[in-house]
Write a protein that binds this ligand. Structure first.
Ligand SMILES: Cc1cc2nc3c(=O)[nH]c(=O)nc-3n(C[C@H](O)[C@H](O)[C@H](O)COP(=O)(O)O)c2cc1C
Length: 216
């Protein structure tokens, strides 16, 4: 990792510049959909930063600089989704929880250390989450969407995160990786494990890794 790619921000937080996403996959969209399957067994091999960048981009990458709109649609243009990336075993990177910064296509470290055990506990012990070298945590800030949509907000947010989850699922397949969407968790416990800010609600977890042998 170059010094340019890894730098302390003005507030001392570590920022990681991600490799530019590619728009040239090697399998067709149709084949990607046909191959998509929920996988709950992951090998121990780490995932390269290049793939992490591609996965984060598929979740919330900016695809229109003028509006800031993303790879997934957003209710009323309100952009409520936040993506945290739990990284483990990436060469030259400290394990921890990193926030994806769509505008910069970068990661900003929020927490140091392996949080997978606490996160797995919050999922009522869905043990495969603990084995995944990368876990995406998709959360939402309702306050961004509520002024426009009032009582419909949470419903719209859940739909929106469904779009994000599908983008990531298909991107994972296209990279030869495996994942599953996980919504079975205790919300308050997971928010605490991820140290989410007040008003950020976790909606989906996506453990991601190379397909492994043993299902839990
Ligand atoms: C909203 C939603 C929540 C889900 N939550 C979980 C979960 O907590 N744990 C899990 O192992 N799978 C979860 N799944 C994955 C389903 O179990 C899976 O999609 C289903 O078994 C069909 O398998 P397939 O995805 O391979 O087609 C969830 C799927 C959806 C759509």
């Amino acid at each position: 990792m170059t010094d340019d790619a890894k730098a302390g921000g003005a507030d001392g937080a570590v920022s990681i510049e991600l490799p530019k996403p590619t728009l040239a996959g090697t399998i067709s969209l149709e084949e990607t959909m046909a191959r998509r399957r929920s996988v709950r067994a992951f090998g121990p091999e780490p995932i390269a930063l290049e793939h992490i960048g591609q996965l984060a981009w598929s979740a919330q990458g900016v695809t229109d600089a003028a509006t800031g709109y993303r790879t997934a649609p957003t209710a009323g243009g309100t952009l409520p989704v936040e993506v945290d990336v739990l990284l483990h075993g990436v060469p030259d990177l400290e394990d921890g929880v990193y926030r994806y910064l769509p505008g910069e296509h970068a990661l900003r470290r929020r927490l140091v250390g392996d949080r997978r055990a606490a996160v797995t506990d919050a999922t009522l012990n869905q043990g495969f989450v603990r084995d995944a070298p990368v876990v995406l945590a998709l959360s939402a800030v309702a306050a961004r969407t509520a002024p426009k949509f009032g009582a419909f907000t949470d419903r719209l947010i859940d739909m929106e995160i469904g779009h994000v989850g599908q983008n990531v699922s298909l991107q994972a397949v296209a990279l030869g990786l495996a994942t599953v969407v996980v919504a079975g968790f205790r919300e308050t416990e997971l928010a605490a494990a991820l140290q989410l800010a007040e008003g950020e609600r976790p909606v989906y977890l996506m453990p991601i890794g190379w397909p492994g042998a043993t299902e839990h």
